[in-house]
Ligand binder design. Structure first.
Ligand code: AMP
Ligand code: GLY
Length: 422
C-alpha cells in the first residue's frame, strides 16, 4: 500500500520511521516532509491547506491511506474531503476535531457526560468573564476557545493577571480563536499525557508520556511546544490508565457518537492527576510532539494496521503491544527559542548520534542548503533513546546528543527529572 503522511515535524519523522517498518507499506510519501523524512520517504511539495491538490496527488499516486500529523488540517476537514473522494485517512472528521479546536465544545461535552474536569463557564465578552473570575477567585485559568498554537492558556495567580488575560484574548491577540473565552478552576496535581486509539465506536489504550513544556531547567520560563518527554509516565499505572479509559475516554466516545460526531483517530488526553484521580485538562485530536517520538520506539507491533483499523472502525480488542523499555527524547532547539530562534547554523554529526545503540534522531526544523544540513526552526532536532528505565534512556539520549555538532543549539539538561525523583 502507498501511504501519504501529512506534516513536517519531529512527530511526523517518528511516524515515518514506524510506517516505513510495516510489511504492508509499498511507498511512503510525505507532504511537505523534512530532510530527515526525505531519507526514508519521498517528500512532495504540496500545500496542506489545498485539499483538492492533496486529493489529486492521492489519485495520481495510488495512495491507499493518508496519515495526518498536525491539528490544522484535521480542524480544516481534510479527513472529510479525503473520505468524500474515496481515500481513507487517519484522524477525526472536522466536527470530531472540535475536541481540540474548541475548548468550550469539550468542556460542554464533559458537563453533559460527567467527565471529570475543572468547573468552568464560557464567555463571549470581557465584563461577565471578569465578574466570574472575581467570583471564583485566584488562582484561576483563562483560555482562548480556539487554536492558539499552545499560547492561548493563562494560569493566573492573581485576579489582576486573570483580568489582563481576558483583555488580551478579547483584544484580538489570537484573532478568531479568542472570540470566546473559557474560564476554569485551577487544578492541582501532576500532569500526564495519555493516548488512546479510537475507531468511532471503541477505544484502546496506546501509551502514556510526560512532556516538559517550559523552556528552562526546573520548569521555568515561557511555555514551548515541548522541550522533551519520556514514556511511560510513571504516574500512569495500569490502574490509573484503566480509570482514564473508563472515566474519560469511554464517555467521550459515547458522547461524540451521540452528538453525531463519532471520534476516529488518536485521542490525546491531557490530564491532571490529583488526589481524587484523573481530571481532563484538554483533548488534542492528534499525536503529541514530542510525545510521539518517545511512544513509537516502544511499540512492539506494526503501527500501520492499527491506524488503518482506527480509520475503518475495526480496532482489535487487545490493547496496543508495547516493549517493557522506557524511552526519553530531548528537544535540541535553536538558541533564542521560543521568543526569537536563531536560524541558519550548520548541523554536523547526526550520524554519530544515530550510531549509538537504541538511539534515533528525528528532524523537526531543518533544511538542506546544498549538501549542508541547516537549522531552520525553533525546535530543530529530537534525540530519542530507548533504555531499561527512564534513567538509562536519559543517560543514552544525552550521550548521543553530545555527539551532535551544532553550536547554535541548546537543550534542557534535566529532561526526565520528575520520573527520576519518584
Ligand atoms: P492546555 O493548552 O489546555 O493544555 O493548557 C496549557 C497548560 O496550562 C497545561 O499543560 C497546564 O499546565 C496548564 N493548565 C491548563 N488548564 C489548567 C487547569 N485547569 N489547572 C491547572 N493548570 C492548567
Ligand atoms: N507536546 C504537546 C503537544 O503536542 O501538544
Amino acid at each position: 500500500m502507498n501511504v501519504l503522511l501529512i506534516g513536517s515535524g519531529g512527530r511526523e519523522h517518528a511516524l515515518a520511521i514506524a510506517l516505513k517498518a510495516s510489511p504492508l507499506l509499498t511507498r511512503l510519501y510525505a507532504a511537505p516532509g523534512n530532510p530527515g523524512i526525505g531519507e526514508i520517504a519521498q517528500n512532495v511539495a504540496l500545500d496542506c491547506a489545498d485539499h483538492s491538490a492533496i486529493i489529486d496527488f492521492c489519485k495520481g499516486h495510488d495512495i491507499g491511506f493518508v496519515v495526518i500529523g498536525p491539528e490544522a488540517p484535521l480542524v480544516a476537514g481534510l479527513v472529510d474531503d479525503l473520505d468524500a473522494a474515496g481515500v481513507p485517512a487517519f484522524g477525526p472528521s472536522k466536527i470530531a476535531a472540535r475536541l481540540e479546536g474548541s475548548k468550550g465544545y469539550t468542556k460542554d461535552l464533559c458537563r453533559e457526560c460527567a467527565i471529570p474536569t475543572a468547573d468552568y463557564e464560557r464567555f463571549a465578552a470581557a465584563e461577565p468573564a471578569k465578574a466570574y473570575a472575581r467570583q471564583r477567585g485566584a488562582p484561576i485559568v483563562v483560555k482562548a476557545d480556539g487554536l492558539a498554537a499552545g499560547k492561548g492558556v493563562v494560569v493566573a495567580q492573581t485576579l489582576a493577571e486573570a483580568e489582563a488575560a481576558i483583555d488580551m484574548i478579547f483584544g484580538g491577540a489570537f484573532g478568531a480563536a479568542g472570540a470566546e473565552v473559557v474560564i476554569e478552576d485551577f487544578l492541582e496535581g501532576e500532569e500526564a499525557s495519555f493516548f488512546a486509539l479510537c475507531d468511532g465506536e471503541r477505544a484502546i489504550a496506546f501509551a502514556s508520556a510526560q512532556d516538559h513544556k517550559r523552556v528552562g531547567e526546573g520548569d521555568v520560563g515561557p511555555n514551548t511546544g515541548g522541550m522533551g518527554a519520556y514514556s511511560p509516565a510513571p504516574i500512569m499505572s495500569d490502574e490509573m490508565s484503566a480509570r482514564v479509559m473508563n472515566e474519560i475516554v469511554a464517555p467521550t466516545m459515547a458522547g461524540m457518537k451521540a452528538r453525531g460526531a463519532p471520534y476516529r483517530g488518536v485521542l490525546f488526553v491531557g490530564l491532571m492527576i490529583g488526589r481524587n484521580g484523573p481530571r481532563l485538562i484538554e483533548f488534542n485530536a492528534r499525536f503529541g510532539d514530542p510525545e510521539t517520538q518517545v511512544m513509537l520506539p516502544r511499540l512492539d507491533c506494526d503501527l500501520l494496521p492499527l491506524l488503518l483499523a482506527s480509520a475503518k472502525g475495526a480496532l482489535p480488542d487487545a490493547p496496543v503491544r508495547l516493549k517493557p523499555q522506557a524511552a526519553l527524547t530531548i528537544v535540541f532547539a535553536a538558541k533564542g527559542y521560543p521568543e526569537a530562534p536563531e536560524r541558519g547554523g550548520e548541523i554536523r554529526g547526526i550520524e554519530n548520534a544515530q550510531a549509538q545503540q537504541g538511539v534515533v534522531v528525528t528532524h523537526a526544523g531543518t533544511k538542506m542548503d546544498g549538501d549542508k544540513l541547516i537549522a531552520n526552526g525553533g525546535r530543530v532536532l529530537n534525540v530519542t533513546a530507548l533504555g531499561d528505565n527512564v534513567a538509562d534512556a536519559q543517560r543514552k539520549a544525552y550521550a548521543a546528543l553530545d555527539l551532535i555538532d551544532w553550536p547554535g543549539g541548546f537543550c534542557r539538561r534535566d529532561i526526565g527529572w520528575r520520573a527520576l525523583s519518584r
